[in-house]
Design a protein around this ligand. Structure first.
Ligand SMILES: [Zn+2]
Length: 579
């Protein structure tokens, strides 16, 4: 039944063509027809935008027998036709066959019955600072999914059992007090109530917060940290939050960092986020000092723990690393050395170098140093990214790119602009003329307001430009990509306010950006981003039907199984133990 093809839908799908931007156009013009058909077939029960998709009727691939069969699933393949399949065969970590349920002979293959669950390609984050999360000191807890102080307390308490005596439980960045009903962090008393026999340190919302044991420890350090009676370590010019962070970083061992890197991968896998394009951070390669904030890491050494795990075959989510250089010096010594001595796009499918991003020099499009950096990057033939925070910044970057493009053809280098909270159709056309791509930012989910939110997802989608999507975790925004999908599809921020009305895209479009389109930004579109024969078997088995669940369920999506290269890297046990 469910795999039966539906001729009218197929017609719509074929018209939509291969590219997401075409699908975007069709989805407005032609989706109502498709939705009616799908609705009549009883697939869509809610008033969410329907998929213009056909069910796969046969099987594609399978020249080699699979060693793993995932069957009885609702596979959103994100292929050129947005096909939905019922069964996928995997061999040696790659997809060998995609088709209707029952199209594969079991043979000796291991079979996982997905019990009708939605499966998506592994999500790909197009702009994130995940290597920073991998370097967090302490036994780190990600609290970005907590809805209130009580849930934060429960998360900290459940971490407690793994934490040796004297070691800190930490929760740093990615979240905002906006996420919590009380709009504040837990107090010292509330942290004590959650964990009384281990020190606790929270860093975020511009301050630090600790419990009684933590207060005692921070006050005993040299230099001593000033901790208020409610456990607050003031941020800003006082910098007591950064001083506290410094004391934890000084104590952190290489093994501690490896543990945090594994925790980071596990959290990412639990979200179905299987590949990330890291954008470094404002780097600080000098020795550790109390002025450094959470984002300041040594941009030459911050990869070491992840690299060591990768070398041992223990890394289990994919990482591509862009390199950021922040020297406001016309000679640009560091960038020059990078371009001279580093290979771009070098490594393997689990860990490889990227290009330059999120900037090669400060300025966001302004000034001669920034422009000279773009020239050097073009001359070296590197991929390049810049971020824009406002309308002026976008215009500056586009005109800078145009100046460089006049001398060096950048159209084959995959230069991109990220965040893009504002854009005009004319600007998007100028970018298209240079084959410059966009990463539409979702980070205004955290606290965007009407008139200052963005990205203009709908306009960008309809322009037909090479598109992508990102959240920008894990300092100012969460890592959780489902919050980003939710924001792009609803225009509603973390406090429940509609801030980006008129620029919503469909769930189908948002998912396509997070998979197939983002793969392009990693130069990995031939390996990642869709469930098709020949691609790496990265996928997420969801706990809700992606197309029909409520917006609240979408935001809180929690995959039950995640696979990377055909290996189960996350498993809640909902399908029986698979790991
Ligand atoms: Zn960023």
């Amino acid at each position: 039944m469910e795999e039966q093809s539906n001729t009218p839908q197929t017609g719509v799908v074929e018209e939509s063509g291969a590219s997401a931007e075409r699908v975007g156009k069709i989805s407005r013009r032609g989706l109502f027809g498709a939705a009616a058909v799908v609705g009549a077939a009883g697939v869509v029960s809610r008033s969410v935008p329907a998929m213009a998709a056909a069910r796969v009727t046969g099987g594609e691939g399978a020249n080699l027998p699979p060693d793993l069969i995932l069957t009885n699933g609702d596979f959103h393949t994100m292929d050129a036709k947005n096909s939905i399949a019922g069964e996928v065969g995997v061999r040696d970590g790659r997809i060998v066959s995609v088709g209707r349920k029952g199209h594969l002979r079991k043979g000796g293959a291991r079979v996982i019955d997905l019990k009708g669950r939605t499966v998506t390609p592994g999500l790909i984050e197009g702009h994130v600072h995940i290597v920073s999360l991998a370097n967090r000191p302490g036994y780190h807890v990600v609290i970005e999914n907590a809805r209130n102080v009580a849930e934060i307390q429960a998360m900290l308490a459940s971490r407690r059992k793994d934490v040796p005596e004297g070691q800190f439980i930490t929760a740093m960045g990615g979240w905002s007090p906006n996420f919590f009903a009380e709009r504040r962090l837990p107090t010292l008393a509330e942290l004590d109530a959650a964990v009384s026999d281990r020190p606790v340190f929270l860093y975020g919302g511009g301050i630090g917060r600790t419990n009684t044991l933590g207060k005692r420890w921070f006050e005993s350090q040299t230099p001593a940290v000033t901790v208020g009676p409610d456990g607050t370590m003031a941020g800003g010019p006082a910098g007591q939050n950064n001083l506290a962070l410094y004391h934890l970083r000084v104590k952190q061992t290489f093994d501690d960092k490896r543990r945090s890197a594994l925790d980071c991968m596990a959290y990412s896998a639990s979200l179905g986020l299987t590949a990330c394009l890291d954008q470094t951070l404002p780097p600080d390669s000098g020795p550790l000092n109390p002025k450094q904030g959470l984002g300041n890491l040594n941009n030459f050494r911050m990869y070491d723990p992840w690299l060591s795990l990768h070398r041992e075959g223990k890394a289990f989510t994919r990482l591509q690393m862009n390199f950021l250089h922040d020297q406001n010096d016309m000679a640009l010594p560091e960038l020059k050395e990078r371009l001279k001595n580093q290979f771009q796009l070098f490594g393997d499918d689990m860990m490889m170098t990227g290009g330059i991003g999120e900037w090669g020099a400060p300025g966001d499009g302004e000034g001669p140093v920034w422009l000279e950096a773009q020239r050097l990057i073009a001359e070296a033939g590197w991929r390049n990214t810049n971020r824009t925070l406002n309308a002026k910044g976008l215009e500056d970057i586009i005109s800078g790119y145009e100046k460089i493009h006049a001398k060096y053809d950048i159209s084959g280098l995959r230069w991109t602009i990220h965040h893009v909270p504002f854009a005009t159709k004319e600007q998007l056309e100028r970018m298209k003329a240079m084959k410059v791509g966009v990463q539409s930012g979702c980070w205004r989910y955290v606290g965007g307001v009407p008139g200052n939110a963005g990205a203009p997802f709908r306009m960008i989608m309809d322009s037909g430009i090479q598109n992508g999507i990102h959240m920008d975790g894990v300092h100012i925004a969460p890592l959780n990509p489902w919050m980003a999908v939710y924001y792009a599809a609803t225009g509603v921020n973390s406090m429940g306010q509609l801030v980006n009305d008129g620029q919503q895209i469909t769930r189908q479009e948002a998912l396509r950006l997070y998979t197939r389109e983002n793969a392009w930004h990693l130069n990995m579109e031939n390996k990642l981003g869709s469930l098709e024969p020949g691609k790496l078997a990265d996928m997420a088995v969801l706990n809700h039907n992606y197309m029909t669940c409520t917006d609240e369920e979408l935001k809180r999506m929690a995959p039950v199984v995640t696979l990377v290269g055909g290996k189960v890297v996350h498993d809640t046990g909902a399908l029986g133990r698979q790991a």
